[in-house]
Every structure is written in structure tokens, then in C-alpha cells.
Unconditional design. Structure first.
Length: 236
């Protein structure tokens, strides 16, 4: 069953200005529940625009985005914000941790938007879920390793238990070993039923994904299923 669907999604920046840039051309895609997908393409291919459009942060010029059957851009802005909070978790390339807040406090941020009982327990549970104990919860980002900072960013993304995780070059600024740890965590989230959609330019980041979606000049340029293709290669 699909969780996220794009139907003929197009995006034009600067429309009507005489200097229009077409970032997406009528893209049709679906992402299933529990699927781990890499979106790949060269710089300027539309990857980040696609992610922002799926993330209810940038309305398409044409077409529709559906999340769990909800037409995202038919909602009022306040309802879009509610949808982001309920359905989506975000992991950014630079992690975007607040430097003067502890790991625990960074993870608490999404919960603070709609305070409820048991928030502290949820934040600690999210940190433990990504392999960080209570001792690390009280440290500032500068007191954590790169891998630990990445784990905090993922804990913040999943603390509300959103169905979908959108990751924009999540290992782009990390060393190989640390990056592999983060990719393993994303794989484990998909195995637990989250839909994980990761933008990346690095083929080495796609080794554990279920599908690779390729974009070129804002158009769908192919879809690959690595496991299936590997099996066919072995048979030959």
C-alpha cells in the first residue's frame, strides 16, 4: 500500500518572471509503507525540490502530492503543519542540531510544538532506539562524535513515530564509517515499517535500499530494484 504518491508533479521557479526554471516535469511516483528508497541524480536534477514537495514545504506548480490519501496542498497552511508533524520526520545533511541544547533537548523540539504528557519518556526512548544511552542524552552536540550527532538527528526525526522519514544527503558530511552507521539506522527504520526516502548523489549510500529512483533534468530517468537485479545477475 502506498504512503506517499506524486501525481504529475511539476515545479517551476520564477513563473511569470521571464527567467523561469523548470525543476520538475510531471513526475509520477509512489512510495510504499515500509519501503527504503534512494532518489539519485546529478546536481540540478530536481532531487531536493522533489523532497521539499513531498515534505509539504514547497507547493508544486502542477499536479498533486498525497500522503496516506490526503491531498497535501489542498489543506490550509495550519493543517499542512499538522500533517508534517504527524506524518513526516526530517533528517538534513548538516543535521541542524541546536548547538546550545543537549541531545535530549534537541530530540524534545518536535514534541514541544504540541506538548503532551510523557514527552520526556518519548525523547529518551527515541535516543535509546538509535543506540544512545541516558549519559549521552545530557551532552551538547559539540560533546558528541559525528556518528552520535547523526543518531540524535534521527532520534529527533522519529520521536513522533511518523510513518515517513525524508532524508536529504544524511551522510554527505560524515566519514565512511559514521555514514554506514547512519545508513544502517535508516534501513532498520524501514524494517520497522517506516517509509524512508533518501536523497543522495553517492552510489555507495544505496547498497541497502529497496529501490533507486533516478532523476535527470527534473524528469524521472529510471527506477531500479537492486536486490532483484542482483538476483538476476547471479542466475545468469
Amino acid at each position: 500500500m502506498s504512503l506517499v504518491s506524486l501525481k504529475s508533479v511539476g515545479k517551476i521557479y520564477g513563473q511569470g518572471s521571464g527567467a523561469e526554471v523548470v525543476a520538475l516535469h510531471g513526475v509520477d511516483l509512489t512510495f510504499a509503507k515500509g519501503e527504503y528508497v534512494a532518489v539519485m541524480g546529478p546536481s540540478g536534477s530536481g532531487k531536493s525540490t522533489l523532497l521539499a514537495t513531498m515534505g509539504a514545504m514547497s507547493a508544486p506548480t502542477t499536479g498533486r502530492v498525497l500522503i496516506d490519501g490526503i491531498d497535501v496542498y489542498a489543506l490550509r497552511p495550519d493543517r499542512q503543519a499538522d500533517l508534517r508533524r504527524e506524518y513526516l520526520g526530517f533528517v538534513f545533511q548538516q543535521l541542524e542540531l541546536i548547538p546550545y541544547l543537549t541531545a535530549f533537548e534537541n530530540v524534545m523540539l518536535p514534541l514541544a510544538i504540541s506538548p503532551k504528557s510523557g514527552m520526556e519518556d518519548l525523547a529518551i526512548a527515541a535516543l535509546q532506539r538509535v543506540g544512545l544511552d541516558k549519559a549521552k542524552a545530557g551532552r551538547l552536540p559539540s560533546e558528541l562524535s559525528g556518528g552520535e550527532q547523526g543518531r540524535v538527528a534521527i532520534a529527533r526525526a522519529v520521536v513522533n513515530d511518523p510513518p515517513a522519514i525524508l532524508a536529504d544527503e544524511p551522510v554527505g558530511s560524515l566519514d565512511r564509517e559514521t555514514g554506514d552507521q547512519i545508513l544502517d539506522l535508516l534501513r532498520s527504520l524501514a524494517d520497522r515499517g517506516h517509509t524512508v526516502i533518501m536523497v543522495t548523489h553517492n552510489p555507495e549510500s544505496t547498497q541497502e535500499v529497496d529501490r533507486i529512483v533516478r532523476l535527470l533534468d527534473g524528469r524521472l530517468d529510471g527506477i531500479e530494484t537492486p536486490e532483484l537485479e542482483s538476483a538476476q545477475t547471479r542466475e545468469r
